[in-house]
Structure formats: C-alpha cells, structure tokens
Design a binder for this molecule. Structure first.
Ligand code: XMP
Length: 509
C-alpha cells in the first residue's frame, strides 16, 4: 500500500500513540519491531523511529539496520531514534544532568523549516528522556532548542531525515499533530487517503479475493469487534458467511434474544445456539475463578466445534482480532518473543484447523467503531460497554447456580438501564454488578431478612489496562439501590465499589 508509514518500534510506551496520531491524519501506518523490517518495505512512503526505554550508550542498545531507509525515504526519528542517529553517526549522546521529564518550550534556530511550518516560537512540547544529544551527527543542522536541551530537533543535510528529542504523539506537545502532519504530508508528500469509507471499500475487495467462493464460520459475541467483522464479511461474501452466536447462560438479561434479533435485522446469516444448560452443568459446584474461566473456554470450544461441523465445506474462520492484539503479540525483544509457539495441530478442534481471516487486524478500537458507523451499524450497538467472555460467571463470586445468575441478571439490568435513563451510560467505560458470596441481615417491614449483598462497579478507562472508579451521583446511586432492594428478591444490601485499577482489577474474579 502506498501512502503508508512504517513505524519502527524500539519498545517505547508511546509507540501505539504515534500510530494513532498518524491514523488521525487519515494516513495508514504499521508498527513493526525495529529488527524486523517488513518484506514490503518498498511500499512504505516514510518511516518513523519510536522512543525506547533503552539508552543508546548501554551495551544492549537496540541497533536497527537503516541501510535501506536512510537517505532513501523520509525519516522522522523520535527521542531514542534521534539519539540513535546522532550517537552512531559521528555525534555524541551523554547522560542528562537531570532527567528531562515534562513540559518544555521550543525555540527555533532556523526560520522556514517545513517541519515547523505553522508552529509558533515557544510551542510547548513533552520531554521524557535521561540522555541528551551533545553533538549532532555528521551533516546535522540544529533546528530547535529548549531551555535544557540544546539539540531538541535537527535535520541531516541533503536527506529528508529529521530528528526530534521530544514526543509529538503525546497530547502535552501542543503542536505535535501539526508537526507529524508537516513531516508526512509536506515533507514525505503522503496523501491522507485512509478513511473508513476507503477502508470498507478496499477490505471488501480484498476479502472477495481472499475468500473466493468458500465459506467462512464466525463466532459472534454481541461485542463491537465481532459484529463489525461480521458485517464487513457479509458485505463482501454475503451468504457464504455463517455466524454462530452461543448463549452460555451467563449473558445479561434478555441479551441473547435481543442481540440475535438485532443480528438478523442486519441481514446476517446467524444461528443462535442456546447452550446455557451445558455451561451451567459444567460449572456446577466450581468456585475457583481460574477453573471457572477454563471450563467456560473449554465448553465454548466444544459447542462451537459441534456447530461449525454442521456447516458443510467451511474453509475459513473469521475472527475479530484488532490491532492492539496484534501489536501485543509482537515484541521488540527479538524473534523468539515475537512468534507464538506452534500449536499442536493434531490436538486442536477441527474449526481451528480452518484458515483464518481477520479483516480488522490493522484497526484500533476507535477505528473499528468508525468503520462500524460507515457500515451503518447502530450507534447503540457500537457504543456498548465491553463485556467479558466468561460473562456473569466472573461476577458471581464462588459457585454458580441458575438462581444466582437470574438474581444478578435482574440487578445488572436495573443498574445498566438506570445508567442509560440518566444519560450516564456513555460517560462510563464499563459497568456491571457483582453478586457477593455473603448474606447480611436486614429488615423488610417487620421481618428480619438474611439475604445477598451485591456490589455495583462503574469505571472510566481507555483500554481496560488501568481504570478509575466513576464518581456517580449519590442521587442516582440512591435510586438504583432502592430499586434493586425493592425489586430483586434475595438481595437486601447494595454497595458501590470505589477501588481503582491498579491495584483492584475491573472484574472481581
Ligand atoms: P480486569 O478484571 O483484568 O479486566 O481488570 C480488564 C478488562 O478485561 C475484561 N476481562 C475479560 N474479558 N475474558 C474476557 O473476554 C476474561 O476472562 C476477562 N477477564 C476480564 C474485563 O471485563 C475488563 O473489560
């Protein structure tokens, strides 16, 4: 693909952010480990080198092979990248007197540099480094300094090679996006053609070629990723796509029926499989969280395998893998860590021997939602909170019974509907209720009760890796608590979880 950017990753915590900023400019980019250049390198129009937790001065400094890149393609080196170019090309990098972390202001040395076009003197940038570039590499021309950093940016004479010590991808670098735009559009002359509509058009075309007239099996979960994958595949191959939606008996109240209806309304060829009993029987008496997860995983594979067998001549397995999953499976630490261990093919269920098709594997979550919108999928479905695969099983602490599932479904429905009615649902990243394995004493009328306690949890997050509890209005919590205790038989106490992650995880199990 032309008009796309290669980001070479040196392990910085910000590498994904660089990719997101580039995509926000409607330019496609891919992240590759610094030591694994893609085979189709020719097809990338520019290269960005990321930052790194390593120091170029250390023995284990990461050494990319830039011989096919430098002077041949526009190159932007960020932080470690900038230090790397300097240190190994005639310049020098030394430890900073103080660790330079936080805001700084640029002062430009040269006027009219295309990299800084439209960016004012004094523009705030974000620094995060403990080495500093003392001497520029051969041919280096200093472009900008800050109070503490003399060589905050440089370029190399006679090349489209630029280097910056600060992080343009972080929002505290106020003009960071403008700088990336200048580099990619003005200097590298890339056309910003990466849009949802183009993605849909290109992907539908390539899916048709890839799959031909063969059949694809896909497991739907009710979540955003599998839904968008299905709609995209359906647009490309229509009835050759066969979807399976399994009810594990641990979904939200009425979820199976409602989502199945929605899927049918979207024209998907979907089979709803109610396997609730099979799951609940397998879980009976089990209370260890990991054991519960494993049982659910195993039964799901069994059920899915049974159903997939009923689809004659299926050759492909559709999956809703997205880019963060792909990046996570790569590592800058070398090939041994980048490639997943080979499965024992003989031991896999039959459906896993199918060829895999993953049309969203290059998209970030927000892009999946945008593509979903371009495909005409309902906003309500696209805005759904994440829901764990093991469902309510990991929100019922201890062993699981059908009665407990039903109590929790009622409580959860009151909470989630309440969030929606009070306009709070979209302000929360994820919410749910947890059924605790304890009873507490209460009074109802003149009667003493000894019933279950439920906890409510609502968090704000970006990706689920960290999370803060949400400060829901007391009035709202009061109303929901009353409603739960009045309506759900078997519950006489409601508590609200005010723990952030870390240290508390989002799910209680
Ligand atoms: P934790 O509890 O680890 O959850 O803070 C982070 C995010 O992951 C979801 N989660 C799961 N999703 N299978 C899943 O598909 C699981 O076993 C599982 N455990 C946690 C959780 O809902 C949250 O969004």
């Amino acid at each position: 693909m032309n008009n796309s950017v290669l980001i070479l990753d040196f392990g910085s915590q910000y590498t994904q952010l660089i990719a997101r900023r580039v995509r926000e400019l409607n330019i496609f980019c891919e992240i590759h480990p610094f030591n694994h250049l893609p085979e189709n390198l020719d097809e990338f129009s520019a290269v960005i080198l990321s930052g790194s937790p390593y120091s170029v001065r250390s023995e284990d400094a990461l050494h990319p092979d830039l011989s096919q890149i430098r002077g041949k393609k526009p190159l932007l080196a960020v932080c470690y990248g900038a230090q790397y170019l300097a240190h190994f090309n005639g310049g020098s990098v030394t430890p900073s007197k103080i660790r330079e972390y936080g805001r700084a202001n640029l002062s430009f040395i040269e006027g009219n540099e295309p990299l800084f076009e439209g960016i004012s003197q004094g523009s705030q940038v974000w620094m995060s480094h403990s080495d500093t570039i003392k001497e520029l590499p051969t041919g280096g021309i200093c472009l900008a300094s800050t109070t503490d950093v003399k060589n905050a940016s440089y370029r190399i004479e006679g090349e489209d090679t630029y280097a910056i010590q600060f992080h343009p991808e972080v929002s505290h670098s106020i003009d960071g996006k403008k700088l990336l735009e200048n580099f990619l559009i003005k200097i590298a002359k890339i056309k910003p053609t990466w849009t949802s509509d183009n993605f849909v058009e290109m992907t539908v075309k390539s899916l048709k070629e890839q799959v031909g007239n063969e059949k694809v099996v896909l497991g739907l979960s009710g979540g955003v990723d599998s839904t968008v994958t299905a709609v995209l595949l359906n647009k490309a191959i229509g009835n050759q796509l066969r979807c399976i939606f399994v009810n594990n008996g641990l979904l939200r109240k009425n979820e199976f029926q409602n989502v199945l209806k929605q899927y049918e309304g979207m024209g998907l060829n979907v089979k709803g499989v109610n396997a609730s009993e099979r799951f609940l029987n397998a879980l009976a008496g089990k209370s260890d969280p990991e054991e519960k997860r494993k049982i659910i995983g195993r039964v799901f594979i069994e059920v899915f395998d049974d159903e997939a067998h009923k689809i004659e001549d299926a050759k492909w397995l559709g999956q809703g893998t997205i880019y963060p999953d792909v990046i996570e499976s790569l590592s800058v630490k070398g090939p041994s860590a980048t490639i997943k261990s080979h499965h024992n093919v003989g031991g896999l269920p039959d459906f896993m021997k199918l060829k895999v098709v993953e049309p969203l594997r290059m998209l970030f979550k927000d892009e999946v939602r945008r593509v979903g919108r371009a495909l005409g999928i309902d906003d309500e479905l696209l805005g759904r909170h994440p829901f764990p695969g093991p469902g309510l099983a990991i929100r019922i602490l201890g062993d699981i019974t059908p009665e407990k599932v039903s109590i929790l479904q009622e409580v959860d429905a009151i909470f989630i509907n309440g969030l929606k009615e009070h306009g709070l649902y979209d302000k929360v990243w994820q919410a749910g209720a947890i059924l605790l394995p304890i009873n507490s004493v209460g009074v109802m009328g003149d009667e003493r009760t000894y019933e279950k306690v439920v906890a409510l949890r609502a968090v704000e997050s970006v990706d689920g890796m960290t999370a803060d509890w949400v400060d829901l209005p007391y009035k709202f919590l009061q109303k929901i608590s009353n409603e739960i205790i009045n309506k759900v038989k078997g519950v006489n106490r409601v508590v609200y979880d005010i723990s952030s992650k870390p240290p508390a995880t989002i799910e209680w199990e």
